[in-house]
Design a protein around this ligand. Sequence first.
Ligand code: MRU
Length: 352
Amino acid sequence: MNDAIDFDRYDRIRPIRWTGDALELLDQRKLPFAVEYVRCDDSDAVAAAIHALTVRGAPAIGIAAAWGVVLAAREVEAGSGVDALPAIEPALQRLNAARPTAVNLAWALARMRRVLAGAGSDWREVLAREAQAIADEDLAANRRMGALGAALIEPGSGVLTHCNTGSLATAGFGTALGVIRAGVAQGRIDAVFAGETRPWLQGARLTVWELEQDGIAPTLIADSAASYLMKTGKVRWVIVGADRICANGDTANKIGTYQLAIAARHHGVHFMVAAPSSTVDMDTLTGDAIEIEERDPGELFAVGGTRTAAERVGAWNPVFDVTPHELIDAIVTERGVIERPDEAAMRAAFGG
Ligand code: MRU
């Protein structure tokens, strides 16, 4: 088995482009049938794009928000970072309010706030350098996680993933999808199954399209086929990303992740969470304290713009759930692997 990974072959898409004076976001609402970038010239346009899922995925929305701060800086006259802070803060608050569950958003904004507070007259350049560093570090973390996570997978394995955790959701390569890419490159994974991920269909519209760019042929399944798939013995690992990992290892991720973890435990299938350390939130003690985003119930009434439910029905549309740490076999970050995560193991790895 060759453990080397050809990152150029397995990572071809970039959802976020900084042009030097504007932010371009690959419009994920239109994929896979149109590959179009939306231009954001100010921070409110970035906040709106995050809310609308033009850009999505926990690391990607953190990176986009960081560039949003760089755009907000253009509206402000100040001689130093600390002088600029009060004028920029409202824009930071609006970016932060765009989506509540992924901690990467608040984490990136806190990082931008911190460097701004310490910056001198070159504070605009300092902000731009920090946004670029957040993106660069994310890509490096994903590549490292890919190798660490793949090492847990026995050759000849099938895997199941959920939502989209690839290049589209990050600075590149992906988290769970990075582990899968690395596992395929190393000959450990011979079958990749992707759940559709109702209602927004990140799996059907994004993940299978992204893997096909790499020459990996995934098998799409209905979310409701997951337990039966596990029963057939075709998958050894469920591999997912995360939007927030708490101090005890409880993990928020796309709605449907929790039921996959329950089904995996029942069938003796291993369950891996892959996420950068920027997704770890040691200030949130357990999953019960995580705010779960609820979106427009209208997302449930139609598929591809065609109404599928009768008029005047009600619907409930939480878009994340929390998987208790007891159901997770391994949390993989760029800092290492935590097997059977609990509060003690998380504190040993991340302090706090
Ligand atoms: O609503 P989304 O598409 O932003 O949700 C994304 C997910 O739940 C991902 O699994 C998570 O953000 C990790 S992305 C590397």
